[in-house]
Ligand binder design. Structure first.
Ligand SMILES: NC(=O)c1ccc[n+]([C@@H]2O[C@H](COP(=O)([O-])OP(=O)(O)OC[C@H]3O[C@@H](n4cnc5c(N)ncnc54)[C@H](OP(=O)(O)O)[C@@H]3O)[C@@H](O)[C@H]2O)c1
Length: 263
């Protein structure tokens, strides 16, 4: 029998590429995001190309009730989830004190709350059946504090810590939890976060979403607890262990800034 993957943030970027990989690997899909048109066209494309079922859920993960609604809807449809990919997420560039909106609340709800609740709900089912794999999309941002994107960096540290702890809790039940840590990757993330000015995305170290997705898929299938994409990102993520936290903050501020000197 075919397995089923639930992928959040599947309308574009890394999530869309992950959906294509799961479809290619003969897996049925539940694809979720807010953009109905993008999800429906992906469904049409994947069902035509591969012999799989694709179920679309249009949901805003910044609403705290969304995870339970998703779980109940799938239960009602008798769709059992074997692979959960918590990929949806976003960031916002700038000083927190200058942010006029309540975007940070939405960010915490999408990046942390929804991811945690979906994990808890589906993990419970997975443990009962003795099979399941979870891929939580974190970031290289998880490895140090990030001035000018303070909430985003902290949210990704949460995802890394949460995923590693859960991996340890459930591995003896036949379940694995993988934290995927991409570095800068070409997608809508950059313009959404208004990150164009930052040094972070300048230079050659910007990965393709398809490459990051394939790397994440393979790490998930192998049951690796942490998967950092790209050699330079691996070195940078690990190097934060060898410098003081103060210096790590200053270096990150330099990379996040476009013009100002380190203070
Ligand atoms: N790109 C990078 O440089 C980079 C680096 C490290 C980590 N990441 C992480 O990788 C993941 C995927 O990002 P990406 O680069 O592929 O960015 P993207 O192209 O902007 O895709 C983000 C996805 O998340 C969905 N999403 C955002 N807010 C949502 C909400 N409130 N409810 C439901 N879905 C929502 C979007 O769908 P809709 O807009 O249709 O809702 C979209 O499908 C994120 O967790 C991001 O933090 C990205």
């Amino acid at each position: 029998m075919k397995k089923t993957a639930l992928i959040t943030g599947a309308s574009r970027g890394i999530g869309r590429e992950l959906a294509i990989i799961f479809a290619r690997e003969n897996c049925n899909l539940v694809i979720l995001a807010r953009s109905i048109d993008l999800l429906e066209s992906l469904k049409t494309e994947l069902q035509a190309k591969y012999k799989i079922e694709v179920y679309v859920i249009v949901k805003d993960l910044s609403k705290p009730q969304s995870p339970l609604e998703i779980f109940e809807e799938l239960k009602q449809k008798s769709i059992k989830i074997d692979y959960l990919v918590n990929n949806a997420g976003f960031g916002k560039y700038g000083f927190l004190h200058e942010s006029g909106s309540n975007i940070e609340q939405s960010m915490i709800n999408v990046n942390i709350l929804s991811l945690s609740l979906l994990t808890k709900l589906f993990l419970n089912e997975m443990v009962k059946t003795g099979f399941g794999k979870i891929l939580n999309v974190s970031s290289v941002a998880a490895f140090q504090p990030g001035p000018l994107m303070a909430v985003y960096f902290a949210s990704k540290s949460y995802v890394l810590s949460f995923s590693q702890a859960l991996h340890n809790e459930v591995k003896d039940f036949g379940i694995t939890v993988t934290a995927l840590c991409p570095g800068p990757t070409k997608s809508n993330f950059l313009s959404n976060a208004k990150l164009e000015k930052s040094r972070l995305f300048k230079g050659g170290n910007v990965a393709k979403a398809a490459d990051v997705a394939l790397f994440g898929y393979r790490a998930m299938m192998k049951g690796k607890p942490v998967a950092i994409h790209g050699l330079i990102n691996k070195i940078l993520a690990n190097s934060s262990r060898f410098v003081s936290r103060n210096l790590a903050v200053k270096i990150t501020r330099y990379k996040m800034n476009s013009s100002k000197k380190i203070k």
